[in-house]
Ligand binder design. Structure first.
Ligand SMILES: *[C@@H]1O[C@H](CO)[C@@H](O)[C@H](O)[C@H]1NC(C)=O
Ligand SMILES: *[C@@H]1O[C@H](CO)[C@@H](O)[C@H](O)[C@H]1NC(C)=O
Length: 337
């Protein structure tokens, strides 16, 4: 027993030494790279101007081959690598705004809601450092008339690691990865002036919100609705729920199609109504979770933290508490846990 323990102590000490050695080597390499980069950039700058070849027009002369001054320009030296390797990784998560109880501005204009509470709790359980970034939805997911949904520029270009609150549809799974879901499937409806018949939308101009899962593919799966294959010419995209409301009100479209949670606060106190009385659900659309690029490791860490939150009973408590804290803004429909 005691032998085993002293062995593990030795191992521990060795590992610590190795760790320190690795850190020292990393720092040494970083310093070396910095010096080399500085020398190269100094050489590039001090090169006589005459030796730089200016290419004008389209010639096929061999002088057009890449210039060292460009290939080794200081900008190709990536300082962030040296800094990042000695620091704890920060994960950034994009969140939208004004989605019921999930995210809204409090009295002082500060963004709060269940989304913020959940990110804090899961990242704490996962032991990762997460920061929240408020972003337009279209930077996570984007759609245009007549085209399948596309990845938004923010997530595609790696401005952040994940976007919160995206439902895993078939189209989206071809672009991004999804975490374990934390919300139940969302209810979807048509939104129009009183008297609208939601069971026949033949010839109607339909308004959608760019990037939202409530798209043409979802409408096409609503078996009870005549005219559900909406021609491209009749599809119009709003950039936000508020813009969709404006398009319904000024007659740009006959009807809007959206998840209740996304528009319910926007249409309250207007003459726009929800149809039909019972909800529709998109077919084969999965549930709502975190969305990342497929080459990002955020979801594996998040799922670990989320599992811990669920098994400890804290997830259920978080949902119950959020319903009290944010319930005045709408429902919070957590998965059963
Ligand atoms: C749906 O509406 C269109 C146009 O108003 C009409 O021609 C068609 O017969 C209707 N279909 C059903 C199934 O009610
Ligand atoms: C209707 O509202 C939308 C969204 O605000 C706007 O882009 C459009 O120009 C408006 N159309 C008319 C006819 O007022």
């Amino acid at each position: 027993m005691s032998d085993a323990r002293s062995d593990s102590n030795v191992n521990h000490v060795t590992k610590t030494n190795q760790l320190e050695a690795t850190t020292t080597i990393t720092i040494a390499i970083c310093v070396l790279i910095t010096i080399v980069a500085l020398i190269i950039s100094a050489v590039a700058i001090s090169k006589p101007a005459g030796s730089d070849i200016t290419v004008q027009g389209k010639t096929t002369s061999p002088r057009q081959t890449p210039q060292p001054a460009v290939a080794y320009s200081p900008s190709t030296y990536d300082a962030s690598w040296c800094q990042a390797s000695n620091r704890r990784r920060i994960y950034t998560v994009a969140i939208g705004f004004d989605i019921g109880a999930y995210v809204y501005s409090d009295d002082s204009g500060f963004q709060v809601g269940f989304g913020h509470d959940l990110i804090d709790a899961v990242c704490q359980e996962a032991g990762i450092d997460c920061r929240i970034v408020t972003e337009p939805f279209t930077n996570c997911m984007f759609s245009e008339k007549g085209q399948p949904q596309r990845g938004g520029i923010g997530l595609m270009e790696g401005w952040y690691d994940a976007c919160i609150g995206y439902l895993a549809s078939r189209q989206r799974r071809q672009i991004f990865s999804f975490s374990k879901p934390f919300l139940k499937p969302l209810e979807v409806y048509f939104y129009a002036f009183p008297g609208f018949n939601p069971f026949n939308i033949t010839g109607k101009k339909v308004g959608l919100i760019s990037g939202f899962f409530t798209n043409e593919a979802c409408i096409a799966g609503l078996d009870q609705v005549a005219g559900r294959d909406v021609p491209h010419a009749n599809v119009f995209h709003a950039q936000t729920p508020a813009e969709l409301l404006a398009m319904i009100q000024n007659g740009t479209v006959d009807v809007g199609f959206a998840a209740a949670v996304d528009v319910i606060n926007v249409i309250s106190d207007t003459n726009v109504r929800q149809f039909p009385s019972g909800p529709f659900f998109c077919k084969n659309y999965g549930q709502t979770g975190m969305m990342t690029r497929k080459d990002n490791d955020f979801n594996s860490k998040w799922n670990e933290g989320f599992e811990k939150l669920v098994s400890s009973g804290r997830f259920k408590r978080l949902c119950d508490e959020a319903r009290i804290k944010h319930g005045h803004r709408g429902e919070i429909d957590c998965v059963d846990a």
